[in-house]
Design a binder for this molecule. Structure first.
Ligand code: GRE
Ligand code: ZN
Length: 327
């Protein structure tokens, strides 16, 4: 399929690229690093070769979210977003931006999102999971009340928020002890991000802000496959889930979430997602440079789905969600 739009597509700056070093064996790091630091050469050639017209770019992980100093988080976000805006300005027909945000300071994050959406023309934000903050030894998840004014601003601006994975803090990762292969994209990324998304759904955020739209990668981080069980376990018991939100979790999933195909190039999983969240809320993505563009595109272009659904997932849903026009 020609004209695809992809939106979990990462770049790095010299100051953040080392955050990705632990995710490649030494012999592949040279390649991964070069891919992360490139925007206009290899990346564009890969896009041309595989029918990707547009990438929405975002900073690598965990970057801003791992800076426990609030001021450094604010500073890195600004620098990354200014850098990205310059890159986008060189090829606005092929690249658009998603903002990095200093969630360690919710007011500053709201202001930075406003600046990115208004002054820089970015299409939304991509945040790498929970944030760390000096003075607290725990992960800050965004269902906490101090983030609700931030969410109010996201809703007002009408831009999507991509909740991207990161690994759990070491103190929360006992289950992976002695099994480090389960960290990262194998399993821990999905577990971490799915629980964060469920916290957002259960806390009542979407009752207060029904127009918020959250994007999850990796075919929904396992949530489509488990959505029925979340709401329907132990049905005979008089009390099931006790949470502040008013509606079933699946209602929020279907109305306040989109998912992408990033790094999960499997037709069986896509069809399950289509049956749970619907083809209107699934968006093509690759997860370059961690995944290969040819692996993503060759799979998607020939996946056994209808051509109408392919056009929606490959391009039209993203156009509508991000206001990318009909060019
Ligand atoms: C990502 O950000 O998408 C990512 C990493 C590390 C390994 C795999 C991966 O940051 O997809
Ligand atoms: Zn990613």
């Amino acid at each position: 399929m020609q004209g695809k739009i992809a939106l979990e597509e990462h770049f790095a700056m010299e100051g953040t690229v080392h955050d990705s070093a632990g995710f490649a064996p030494a012999e592949d790091w040279v390649e991964l690093k070069a891919r992360l630091l490139d925007i206009h050469d290899r990346r564009l050639a890969e896009m041309d070769a595989h029918g990707i017209e547009m990438m929405l770019l975002s900073l690598n992980a965990p970057a801003v979210q791992a800076l426990s100093d609030r001021n450094r988080a604010v500073d890195l976000s600004r620098r990354a977003n200014d850098f990205l805006a310059e890159q986008v300005a060189r090829r606005p027909d092929r690249f658009q931006g998603l903002a990095a945000l200093p969630m360690q300071d919710p007011d500053a994050a709201a202001r930075e999102l406003d600046r990115c959406a208004s002054a820089l023309g970015f299409r939304g934000a991509l945040v790498n999971g929970f944030s760390e903050l000096a003075g607290t030894d725990h992960a800050l998840y965004y269902d906490r009340k101090e983030f609700w004014p931030f969410w109010s601003e996201v809703e007002r601006l009408g831009v999507p928020f991509y909740l991207h994975p990161r690994n759990p803090l070491a103190k929360d990762a006992a289950i992976y002890e002695g099994h480090r292969w389960l960290l990262g994209p194998t399993w821990a990324f999905g577990q971490e991000t799915a629980v964060h998304a469920l916290r957002l759904m259960g806390c009542g955020l979407f009752d207060a802000h029904p127009r918020l739209q959250i994007i999850l990668g990796h075919m929904g981080e396992g949530l489509p496959y488990s959505m029925w069980r979340v709401d329907n376990h132990n049905k005979w018991m008089r009390t099931q889930n006790a949470y502040p939100a008013r509606r079933k979790i699946a209602d929020y999933f279907r109305e306040n979430f989109y998912i992408t195909t990033s790094g999960n190039f499997r037709t069986q999983a896509l069809i399950d997602a289509m049956l749970e969240i619907g083809a209107d809320r699934i968006l093509f993505s690759t997860d370059w440079p961690f995944e290969n563009i040819d692996h993503a595109a060759d799979w998607f272009d020939t996946a056994a789905i209808s051509e109408g659904d392919r056009l929606k997932i490959g391009r039209d849903n993203a156009r509508a969600l991000f206001g990318l026009g009909d060019a």
